[in-house]
Design a protein around this ligand. Structure first.
Ligand code: HPA
Length: 272
């Protein structure tokens, strides 16, 4: 497998033939419960992942499993409505084909979104947080087995500083509070124990989740400019009396999806 993987050429040809050739101002991966982002796109076109050769299909509830192209703030956006997680099949490179397709379709800036648990007292459920850096605590890497020197991907400023600055400006314009923090990837699918969360906190984590980190590594492998946004759906395990649940994740994410749309709308007006 390499960046010029023939599977990518095949999948990209299908997308071009189906009217998904771009150019796009932005590509977005919608995390759990953030599917409603698709409803904000004007003149939308849809394509099920199942119709895209080699594209993984997620079985996780809260993930529709289709590609949507449409306009937001007058700009053409490519939205992956749902992602496949490494915990579904044990493959850290589960999102390799979708992210390689972003590169093949003109390499627009990429925004990864996720639902996350928060270790920040001031960022409770419903908050938005910009990811500044990550901790890979899952013991997996999507580039294991990659044969060429391209696998030695630098991860300094992996979360693109200029895109982050633009998102901060957009949050100010939209009147939204945007927290910031380091995201720790746990493989899941079980939620973390309180002891694991205490450990992650001591290591420097502010947010925890089960995605995004391998996607950022793949995005940098494909030379994409990438930013990532967490929608906090709960305090991390042990912070409060309750236990995180997938039902809560979906409910809180859906309720805050409107804020994400406002942020993206303001960002697209700023994004050159
Ligand atoms: N942990 C891991 N993943 C999550 C969480 C959490 O607390 N909340 C939403 N996704």
């Amino acid at each position: 497998m390499s960046a010029d993987d023939p599977r990518l050429a095949e999948a990209a040809a299908v997308l071009r033939a189906r009217g998904f050739g771009g150019p796009f101002a932005l590509a977005v991966v919608a995390g759990t419960g953030l599917g409603p982002l698709a409803e904000a796109l004007a003149a939308p076109r849809h394509l099920a992942y199942a119709e895209i050769p080699h594209c993984p299909v997620s079985g996780v509830t809260g993930h529709a499993g289709r590609l949507v192209a449409g306009r937001l703030a007058g700009r053409e956006v490519l939205l992956f409505q749902g992602r496949t997680h490494p915990y579904e099949r044990g493959e850290a490179g589960a999102m390799r084909i979708p992210l390689g397709l972003v590169a093949a379709l003109g390499a627009p800036p990429l925004l990864l979104t996720n639902a996350a648990g928060s270790l920040l007292a001031e960022a409770g459920p419903g908050s938005l947080a910009l990811i500044t850096d990550h901790l890979n605590l899952a013991g997996m890497n999507p580039l294991i087995g990659e044969p060429a020197d391209g696998r030695f991907v630098p991860m300094v400023d992996a979360y693109d500083p200029a895109l982050r600055a633009g998102l901060r400006r957009a949050a100010a314009v939209a009147g939204l509070r945007l927290h910031e923090g380091v995201y720790a990837w746990f493989a899941g699918p079980s939620f973390e124990t309180p002891a694991e969360i205490r450990m992650a906190g001591r290591l420097g984590a502010d947010l925890v989740g089960m995605s995004t980190v391998p996607e950022v590594i793949l995005a940098r492998f494909f030379s994409l400019r990438v930013a990532a946004l967490s929608l906090v759906t709960n305090y991390a395990a042990g912070f409060t009396g309750g236990a995180p649940s997938h039902a809560e994740t979906k409910r809180v994410a859906a309720a805050a999806a409107g804020d994400v749309v406002r942020l993206l709308t303001a960002w697209l007006e700023d994004l050159s």
